[in-house]
Design a protein around this ligand. Structure first.
Ligand SMILES: [Zn+2]
Length: 225
C-alpha cells in the first residue's frame, strides 16, 4: 500500500498532495471547513432563487488542466434530478462528487473520498440525501414488506437498511422522509468508523463532515445536525 500511496504523490502523477496544498495559500480550497460549507450554502441560495453566477467556462480551462482544488467532496444519490454542481451553483473544479443510488458509500466510494481528502485537500465532505429518493423507498419496501429485488440491487439496498430500522424505531409520521434523513446521518457517522483517513482528518479538524437533504420541489438543501 505504501508503494501505491507513493504513486499518488505529486511527483508521480502531478497530483497535489495535502502538504503541497498547505504551502499554496492561493489554492481555492485552502480554507476552513466552515468557509467551504458557507460557500455551498450561498451557492444553494443562488440556485434556489434561480440566480446562478454567470460563468465563462473557457476563461479558466487552462488553469483547470494543471490541477484541481475542490472545496468540497459531495456524496450524493445518482438520481437524475439531483445535480450537486447545479444545486450548489459551483463551477468545474469546485466539487469532487461521488454518486451512488441512495447516496451510499461502498469501498470504491470510500477510496474516492479518501483521495479527495488526502490528495486534493478538500476541507469538507457533505452527504446529500434528497426528497422522494427511490433507493430509500425500495429499502423501506424490502425491510417492511419483505419485497425482493433483482440483480445487484439487494446489495445496495442493504446499505440503507440500518437507516430504515433506526427511523422505524422513532415511529415517524412520514417514514420516507425520516429514512432519507436517517440515511444521511448514518452515512456521516459510518465514514468516521470505516475510513481511517477520513477519521484522522476529522479528528485533526482538517475536514468537517456535514449532511443535508435536498428538496427537489424547492431546490433548497436543508442542512442536518
Ligand atoms: Zn435517490
Amino acid at each position: 500500500m505504501a508503494g501505491a500511496a507513493a504513486l499518488l504523490t505529486a511527483g508521480a502523477l502531478h497530483l497535489p498532495a495535502r502538504a503541497e496544498d498547505k504551502s499554496s495559500p492561493d489554492a481555492q480550497n485552502a480554507i476552513l471547513p466552515a468557509e467551504a460549507l458557507k460557500r455551498l450554502k450561498e451557492g444553494n441560495a443562488r440556485y434556489t432563487a434561480n440566480e446562478p453566477n454567470e460563468r465563462d467556462f473557457s476563461a479558466t480551462r487552462a488553469a483547470r488542466a494543471e490541477a484541481q482544488f475542490p472545496v468540497a467532496a459531495i456524496v450524493s444519490c445518482s438520481d437524475s434530478r439531483v445535480v450537486p454542481d447545479l444545486v450548489f451553483d459551483q463551477s468545474p473544479g469546485d466539487l469532487f462528487v461521488v454518486r451512488l443510488a441512495g447516496n451510499i458509500v461502498d469501498n470504491d466510494a470510500y477510496a474516492s473520498l479518501e483521495y479527495a481528502v488526502k490528495f486534493l485537500g478538500a476541507p469538507l465532505i457533505l452527504v446529500l440525501g434528497h426528497s422522494n429518493c427511490g433507493a430509500v423507498a425500495a429499502a423501506i419496501k424490502v425491510v417492511m414488506e419483505r419485497a425482493e429485488l433483482p440483480g445487484h440491487l439487494p446489495g445496495l439496498i442493504k446499505a440503507i437498511e440500518p437507516a430504515v430500522i433506526a427511523a422505524h424505531g422513532r415511529h415517524p409520521s412520514d417514514m420516507l422522509a425520516a429514512v432519507i434523513e436517517e440515511n444521511v446521518l448514518h452515512g456521516m457517522k459510518e465514514m468516521r468508523k470505516d475510513s481511517s483517513i477520513i477519521a484522522e482528518a476529522f479528528e485533526a479538524k482538517t475536514i468537517d463532515i456535514a449532511g443535508g437533504v435536498y428538496d427537489i420541489a424547492t431546490g433548497k438543501v436543508r442542512l442536518l445536525s
